[in-house]
Design a protein around this ligand. Structure first.
Ligand code: 5GP
Length: 190
């Protein structure tokens, strides 16, 4: 997606050779027009998949996922990282190792928002080692729902996430693929 690539080139910062900072439009401040374009792109890629729900993880997945859900005319469900007084019973939970925080956390969604009839599109901001996407897929599958695909805004293609997801049989679509962040330079695949 050219618009996204141009944004990453203009505003992305390679913090080191593995981590890209895009706090000006995705992970802290959010560019709504770009999120809308991202939602349109995922919605057209998965238009024939009969998606009934978009699933993401708080917090950075929510902006692109809500636009995708709006364009597919379905609801967005986000997994929560902390239980609360309003989210404590009848949960599907999975442990997910966070690439950026370098710690494992238990994420949950309420059982009442997923069913065996659901056809799920998982959306997330980044794909690195695949742990977040795999955890979300397991949550959907605990409910007996079918994971129709995984939509990633920025894939770091030099990390093994895509390969793992493909080996598990998932369809993976990413809108920007980073080949390398070496020497503080952002290089794209193709
Ligand atoms: P994975 O679970 O695939 O290893 O990593 C994906 C998750 O880690 C995403 O939900 C995202 O929040 C975070 N993440 C992974 N790599 C990066 C990165 O380079 N920059 C930022 N900002 N987040 C990342």
């Amino acid at each position: 997606m050219e618009l996204l690539k141009r944004k990453i080139e203009a505003e992305g910062i390679a913090l080191n050779d593995r981590v890209l900072k895009v706090d000006s439009f995705l992970n802290h401040q959010i560019d709504p027009q770009l999120m809308l374009a991202i939602g349109e792109a995922f919605a057209s890629q998965f238009a024939e998949s009969g998606i009934t729900k978009v699933l993401t993880i708080e917090s950075s997945g929510i902006a692109p996922a809500v636009m995708t859900a709006m364009k597919l005319d379905v609801r967005l469900l986000f997994a929560r990282k902390r239980k609360s007084l309003t989210l404590k019973d009848d949960l599907y939970t999975e442990k997910i190792y966070s690439f950026t925080k370098q710690e494992e956390s238990e994420v949950s969604v309420s059982r009442k928002h997923l069913s065996a009839d659901d056809r799920i599109l998982i959306v997330d901001d980044f794909l690195a080692n695949g742990d977040a996407a795999i955890g979300l897929a397991r949550i959907a599958e605990q409910a007996g729902a079918k994971v129709e695909g995984i939509g990633i805004v920025i894939e770091k293609a030099f990390q093994p996430g895509r390969q793992k997801l493909l080996e598990l049989g998932y369809r993976v679509e990413s809108l920007a693929r980073i080949a390398s962040l070496a020497e503080n330079k952002i290089a794209f695949v193709d």
